[in-house]
Write a protein that binds this ligand. Structure first.
Ligand code: 5RP
Length: 254
């Protein structure tokens, strides 16, 4: 019957969520335990759902185990800032803590050379700024984010943060330069464009998945278009990525 099918669909979706959460948690907790030591003074905190598990593990280490006496956390977004405050961790900022020991963040897709697509949650600009201040950048993700080449997993495209006045010209310039389609990210129920923590708009550029792109070159070219504030392409930034796998194991890529 209809209700049995929908119950079955609901249960299978719930199982997927539980499995994904277990994978995210494993990646997050392993990264924290391997990279954050009692000598870590300043830690950059990324954004997204996997980062929630990072902050929970940090709070356990600080409050239950007492193993991180000096830790200062620098957020990459409003969400990260709230997480730090909610877990009663020490909040830092780039004015005082511009040298970061380790930055931990999630990603939307990671290719075999550790090129990342980020910004699914719209925080790419501050994420890239905070990551650029870190000695070591560690990525934590579930198995759905792992690709040989970009475009295998992430069909929503590469997020680009743009000044509101420039979203139409930037869209056309990206499409002329590199093909595909760049779409303005719209809020749910078409309530208007999504606005970032920095008051800007986002384009999601669906590139041509089958085309060979030099991501370093693409990133530099798009960054040069007037009105572009940051791209969600992170090239040569990540040092290591922990993937939680569906079968409960961990894959490490560096
Ligand atoms: C936010 C991001 C996130 O790190 C990325 O979207 C991954 O999020 P999640 O851990 O929820 O899958 O870049 O702008």
């Amino acid at each position: 019957s209809k209700s049995t099918i929908s119950r079955r669909t609901f249960c299978s979706e719930m199982n997927d969520i539980i499995e994904l959460d277990a994978a995210k948690r494993l990646a997050a907790e392993t990264a924290v335990d391997q990279y954050v030591t009692e000598d870590t003074k300043v830690l950059g905190i990324g954004s997204g759902s996997t980062i929630v598990f990072v902050v929970q593990r940090l709070a356990e280490r600080v409050w239950k185990e007492g193993t991180l006496p000096e830790l200062i956390c620098v957020p990459s977004s409003f969400q990260a800032r709230q997480l730090i405050l909610d877990h009663n961790l020490t909040l830092g900022d780039l004015d005082r803590n511009y040298k970061i020991d380790v930055y931990i963040d999630g990603a939307d897709e990671v290719d075999s050379s550790l090129v990342l697509i980020k910004g699914g949650g719209g925080c790419l600009m501050q994420e890239k700024i905070v990551a650029s201040c870190a000695k070591t950048v560690v990525i934590v993700a579930d198995y759905t984010k792992r690709s040989l080449r970009l475009g295998e997993q992430w069909c929503k495209g590469i997020p680009i943060e743009v000044a509101p006045i420039a979203h139409v010209p930037v869209k056309h310039k990206i499409e002329e330069l590199f093909g595909g389609e760049a779409q303005l990210r719209i809020a749910l129920k078409k309530a208007g464009p999504i606005v970032t923590d920095n008051g800007n708009f986002l384009l999601d550029w669906r590139f041509v998945a089958k085309r060979e792109y030099d991501w370093d070159e693409v990133n530099k070219a798009i960054s040069m278009i007037p009105g572009v504030l940051e791209t969600g392409l992170f090239v040569n930034m990540a040092h290591k990525c922990y993937f939680g796998m569906a079968n409960g194991t961990l894959k490490v890529q560096s």
